[in-house]
Design a protein around this ligand. Structure first.
Ligand SMILES: Nc1ncnc2c1ncn2[C@@H]1O[C@H](COP(=O)(O)OP(=O)(O)OP(=O)(O)O)[C@@H](O)[C@H]1O
Length: 348
């Protein structure tokens, strides 16, 4: 068995828009090792959510087009799996999800307990694949033995996410708990099916800074304890630094660099990454310090999409996208002119 849990290769996704076809993912690669926390970092609109949705198999049917690539999860290409089977046995079971906004993810008219136990009818780890795959719309039999085991599991996880009075929380409505508590519930719900991978899409942006730090630590500790891999999307490098084992940076629908967090911050190799790190007032800022602007994805630059803003760009950068090359152990970069040590210091 390979040590990689997820391997996205050469993924190309476009969207039909009023202004033309937006080429949102341009032959993107992403690797997640077993038990690893990987940060998918990039500014708004670079394609993080589209990549996460591609892995989950929930791209909008009417506008998205999956043009090329593979998404290998645990040795199986998810793009070749029957969609019903994917929904029953992978999505929400082997791969679960923590959303940005926990409030809109709960139904306000049902208690938290009713919603969690309903989820367990479909996604309980007690269900085997054959049962989960049977006639999609029929409610699962939720026999009393399984119900009891599921309820115990729910209460145990509510304790693990450090929610006081778990029994009481189950009787409450979503508006009766705080934003931080709702996000703790989301983490518990993501852990419940005992997944191999959790995709957390900017899970703390809706929270106060102090609560953010607690939730990140909790997510990190629980993922480590349970041996679960996490794909953590964020536009904030500071957050990625705190929680991630490795980081993949995207720019305008292309991945630019992938490295361990340490390698990434100590030896950034792509000119974009170097600029990004230099432009941060403290590790948490944005792209504001880089001259030029982000390209429109309906008419993106050919070759490396960062080339119009890159001081090292040459003709080849404008013609052909660079292949992946190694910038050190476990450190990949897609650049014809990677930034060596001397150049790194010389960058203003
Ligand atoms: N359903 C859609 N139809 C058309 N274009 C879309 C659709 N969803 C996303 N896009 C476009 O795809 C590009 C990437 O969007 P995406 O949400 O993946 O980026 P992101 O990096 O996750 O941004 P954010 O951090 O703001 O969530 C954007 O230009 C966006 O406008």
């Amino acid at each position: 068995m390979t040590s990689d849990l997820l391997r996205v290769r050469d993924l190309k996704v476009s969207f039909a828009t009023d202004g033309g076809t937006a080429q949102v993912l341009d032959h993107v690669n992403l690797t997640i090792g077993r038990g690893q926390i990987v940060g998918l970092v990039g500014e708004s609109g670079c394609g993080k959510t589209t990549l996460a949705r591609s892995i989950l198999g929930v791209l909008p049917k009417n506008s998205a087009r999956l043009e090329a690539g593979t998404i290998e999860f645990d040795g199986v290409d998810l793009l070749r799996v029957d969609p019903n089977r994917l929904a029953a046995t992978v999505r929400g079971r082997r791969i679960s999800f923590i959303p940005q906004d926990p409030f809109s993810s709960f139904n306000p008219v049902f208690t938290i307990g009713a919603q969690i136990m309903d989820l367990m009818k479909w996604k309980s780890p007690e269900l085997d694949d054959a049962d989960a795959g049977r006639s999609g719309w029929l409610p699962r039999l939720h026999g009393s033995r399984r119900y009891k085991a599921d309820r115990e599991r729910v209460l145990d996880l509510l304790r693990q996410v450090q929610l006081p009075d778990p029994e009481g929380v189950l009787k409450k409505y979503p508006h009766e708990v705080s934003g931080g508590q709702r996000q703790r519930l989301m983490i518990a719900m993501a852990l419940l099916p005992e997944p191999k991978l959790i995709i957390a899409d900017e899970p703390t942006t809706a929270l106060d800074v102090t609560i953010q730090a607690q939730i990140l630590k909790l997510l990190r500790d629980l993922a480590t304890d349970h041996g679960i891999s996490v794909l953590f999307t964020t536009h904030d490098l500071g957050t990625a630094w705190e929680i991630c084992d490795s980081i993949t940076v995207m720019y305008a629908g292309q991945e630019m660099e992938a490295a361990s967090s340490e390698g990434f911050f100590k030896r950034p190799s792509h000119p974009y990454t170097n600029r990004l790190l230099k432009s941060l007032p403290s590790r948490g800022g944005s792209l504001s310090g880089i001259p030029g602007s982000i390209p429109a994805l309906v008419d993106p630059p050919t070759g490396c999409r960062f080339n119009p803003r890159c001081e090292f760009a040459t003709d080849i950068c404008r013609q052909t996208r660079p292949e992946v090359t190694s910038a050190g152990p476990g450190h990949d970069v897609r650049c014809y002119h990677p930034v060596a040590e001397e150049k790194r210091h010389a960058l203003a």
